[in-house]
Design a protein around this ligand. Structure first.
Ligand code: 5GP
Length: 189
């Protein structure tokens, strides 16, 4: 997606060789028509796959997840990141390390919104080590739903997440792939 590459070059900040600040594109501010375009891209790739639900994780996956779900005409489910007042028996809960916050959080999905009848498209903003995605994949497995594939806006290909998920036989589509953040420069694959 050329427009996304252009915006990353202009509006993202390199925090370190591992981390890109995307506050102006995905994590703090979003341009609605541009997010809708991302949703169209994912919907186009998964249109023929009889998706019944889009699943994402709060908070930064919600905008793109919403755009994708709208395009596909299905509900969006967003996993919550911490304990709620719901009792444990009513939710699928998985513990995942948070890449950016350096802490472990619980991700929760209510059993009332995901079940064996669902065919799920998993959407997220960025993939690094793949912990968030794997946590969501475990939630889908435990619910008995079918994981159809993943749609990731920005894949950092120099980290292991996307590769290991593909190697396990799961379809993963990303809109851009970043090869490196070295020498103060964003390099795309
Ligand atoms: P993972 O679980 O794949 O290691 O990390 C994925 C999550 O961490 C994403 O949902 C994303 O919010 C956050 N993340 C990982 N790498 C980056 C990064 O370079 N920049 C930003 N802004 N978020 C990141």
């Amino acid at each position: 997606m050329e427009e996304l590459k252009r915006r990353i070059q202009q509006e993202a900040n390199i925090v370190s060789q591992q981390v890109l600040n995307l506050d102006k594109i995905l994590n703090h501010q979003v341009d609605p028509p541009f997010i809708m375009e991302m949703g169209k891209q994912f919907a186009k790739r998964y249109r023929e796959d009889s998706i019944t639900k889009v699943l994402t994780i709060e908070s930064s996956g919600i905008t793109v997840g919403f755009a994708t779900a709208l395009e596909l005409g299905v509900p969006l489910v967003f996993a919550r990141r911490k304990k709620t007042l719901t009792t444990e028996t009513e939710v699928y809960a998985e513990r995942v390390p948070s890449f950016t916050k350096g802490i472990v959080t619980d991700i929760l999905v209510s059993k009332s919104v995901l079940g064996p009848e669902d065919r799920v498209l998993l959407i997220d903003d960025i993939i690094a080590n793949g912990d968030a995605a794997r946590g969501l994949i475990r939630v889908i497995e435990r619910s008995g739903a079918t994981l159809v594939g993943l749609g990731i806006v920005i894949e950092k290909s120099f980290q292991a997440g996307a590769r290991t998920i593909r190697e396990s036989g799961i379809r993963l589509e990303s809109l851009v792939q970043i090869q490196s953040l070295e020498q103060g420069e964003v390099r795309f694959l």
